[in-house]
Design a protein around this ligand. Structure first.
Ligand code: DX5
Ligand code: ZN
Length: 224
């Protein structure tokens, strides 16, 4: 049984002067989640969203919040984003020397545990942590900024999807970076079911039309 297709907008392109309204509009446009790109200016050369900002939006939006922690100290910051209202917290494998424990700790906090792989990081990194993993995020750009060019990694997505299938566990597979109506197709066909879109979705004046276009492209490709 394949997991449902979900559209998860990165709010980096949003008008931060009206962030709450923008997130409410994304909910009305049919998005399934809000993807919070948390950057510390050290792991990646950009500084973005603190937990207080997430917490201020939380009561206004009835969507699944996922925190993508692009930080050098994810074990320290993860609890802050759970407390801010994130149901899923994702940590980069590249920042966790004790990845199995980091993921188990997120689960102990009551959130879904997510592991993120940079484009260069092989799927084999996941081999011994699937038992404490609820969500896998495969980066299709090098993290740090929105609006970058998609890096084709369909083979890696297929490998991860096969690992998940063999594990017998229900784990979401998400892709993040350069996802639009075209690139989403190869990712969906390869086995991803959750799709982050920032610049492509925000280019639509009619956000609902954008969500529909992305979702249809993914559904068509998955059943092809
Ligand atoms: C990059 C972030 C992505 C990015 C997606 O470091 O993790 O979520 O904002 O933006 P687009 O869809 O424009 O590539
Ligand atoms: Zn992200």
């Amino acid at each position: 049984m394949s997991r449902p297709i979900e559209i998860s907008p990165s709010v980096l392109p949003a008008d931060f002067a009206r962030l709450g309204e923008e997130c409410v509009a994304l909910q009305h446009a049919g998005c399934d989640r809000i993807h919070w790109d948390v950057m510390d200016g050290v792991f990646v050369p950009n500084l973005t969203i603190g937990p207080d900002i997430v917490a201020s939006v939380r009561p206004h939006v009835d969507l699944h919040f996922e925190a993508h922690l692009m930080v050098v100290n994810p074990d320290e910051l993860a609890p802050l984003y759970v407390n801010a209202g994130c149901e899923t917290v994702m940590v980069h494998a590249e920042t966790c020397p004790h990845l199995h424990r980091s993921l188990a700790n997120i689960r102990d906090l009551g959130a879904r545990s997510g592991v993120v792989l940079n484009p260069h990081t092989p799927a084999s990194v996941l081999s011994h942590v699937l038992d404490v993993t609820d969500h896998i995020l495969i980066m299709t750009v090098n993290p740090g900024f929105g609006g970058q060019t998609y890096i084709p990694l369909e083979d890696k997505i297929r490998t991860v999807a096969e690992m998940v299938r063999s594990s017998g566990q229900s784990i979401d597979i998400e892709v993040d970076g350069g996802i639009n109506e075209t690139t989403i197709r190869g990712c969906a066909a390869a086995g991803a079911n959750v799709f982050v879109s920032g610049s492509a979705l925000f280019r639509y004046d009619d956000r609902a039309a954008g969500v529909t276009a992305l979702r249809s492209a993914a559904e068509e490709s998955r059943s092809a």
